[in-house]
Write a protein that binds this ligand. Structure first.
Ligand code: ADP
Ligand code: MG
Length: 262
């Protein structure tokens, strides 16, 4: 069993503080949904946990089973058991999916001999066409095919904790169902249940991927946490009740004032 512990996490981009003290604990087999309006810092959270360059951690910690993830490079975090499905998966011309997964298994000390069969098997489970298995990674794939592809990688690599950044963006309803159902199955796996941090703007992702906990992220902080019922409240009422009013449009008027002062 594994535990991802995010504690008091603060981070900034370009000198601007985006994450303002995030506390979250995700254990094997648990599904946590982090929901929030655009610009809340959801993608920043996933990027900082995974170690994407360009973000400066200014406080707090991220550990996986007690190991400091912030001290590791991104690939070391991945080998340790963290996996990120990005909001916009990267296209990698010239590198086939089967090659990527073969290398990834090798670095995890796992046997890649049965990879071909495993790939076909997993592809069938989520309706991913076999012809893509030897094509360059994500190149010329539709939004839905890219997310099926990413879900397939997750199922083959079997990380301990997966972060899904808007798995539902760019997906049609069939692909959304296939992908979220597979992730839900992985979280219920008898031997190594996946811990899931599912970041999303819309509650429709959570119809198949049933969260145990729902957190609302606004302006870089978790403002409310609850059970699955919270997602239903958001669906009917939106974020307004959880997010404090925007400050009056001071910047706009002071910009105007400046203009007149010139
Ligand atoms: P969300 O995923 O919740 O929509 P993001 O984490 O993408 O929000 O963005 C939060 C804030 O951080 C936004 O104001 C965004 O402009 C800013 N931000 C995020 N990443 C970067 C970056 N690499 N460079 C500059 N600003 C960024
Ligand atoms: Mg985002």
């Amino acid at each position: 069993m594994s535990t991802l512990e995010i504690s008091g996490l603060r981070a900034e981009v370009d000198g601007k503080e985006i994450l303002r003290g995030i506390d979250l604990t995700v254990r094997s087999g648990e599904v946590h949904a982090v929901m929030g309006p655009n610009g809340a810092g959801k993608s920043t959270l996933s990027a900082v946990v995974m170690g994407r360059p360009g973000y400066t951690v200014t406080g707090g910690s991220v550990t996986l089973d007690g190991v400091d993830m912030l001290a590791l490079s991104t690939w070391e975090r991945a080998v340790a058991g963290l996996h990120l499905i990005m909001q916009y998966p990267t296209e990698v011309p010239g590198v086939a999916l089967s090659d990527v997964l073969g290398e990834a298994l090798h670095y995890r000390g796992r046997d890649a001999n049965g990879l071909r069969d495993l790939l076909r098997d997993e592809a069938d489970r989520i309706g991913f066409d076999h012809k893509f298995l030897d094509r360059p990674l994500n190149v010329d794939l539709s939004g839905g095919e890219k997310k099926r592809n990413e879900t397939l990688q997750l199922a083959v690599l079997r990380p301990r904790i997966a972060i899904l950044d808007e798995l539902d963006s760019g997906l049609d309803i069939d692909a959304l169902r296939d992908c979220s159902r597979r992730v839900e199955e992985l979280s219920n796996d008898a031997t190594q249940p996946l811990g899931v941090l599912a970041i999303t703007h819309y509650s429709r992702l959570l119809n198949e991927l049933r969260p145990d906990h729902v957190h609302i992220l606004a302006k870089g902080q978790i403002v409310t946490s609850g059970g699955p019922e919270l997602a239903a409240v958001l669906e009917s009422d939106g974020y307004a009740a959880f997010v404090e009013e925007e400050e009056p449009a001071e910047t706009a008027s002071s910009a105007l004032d400046d203009l007149f002062r010139m």
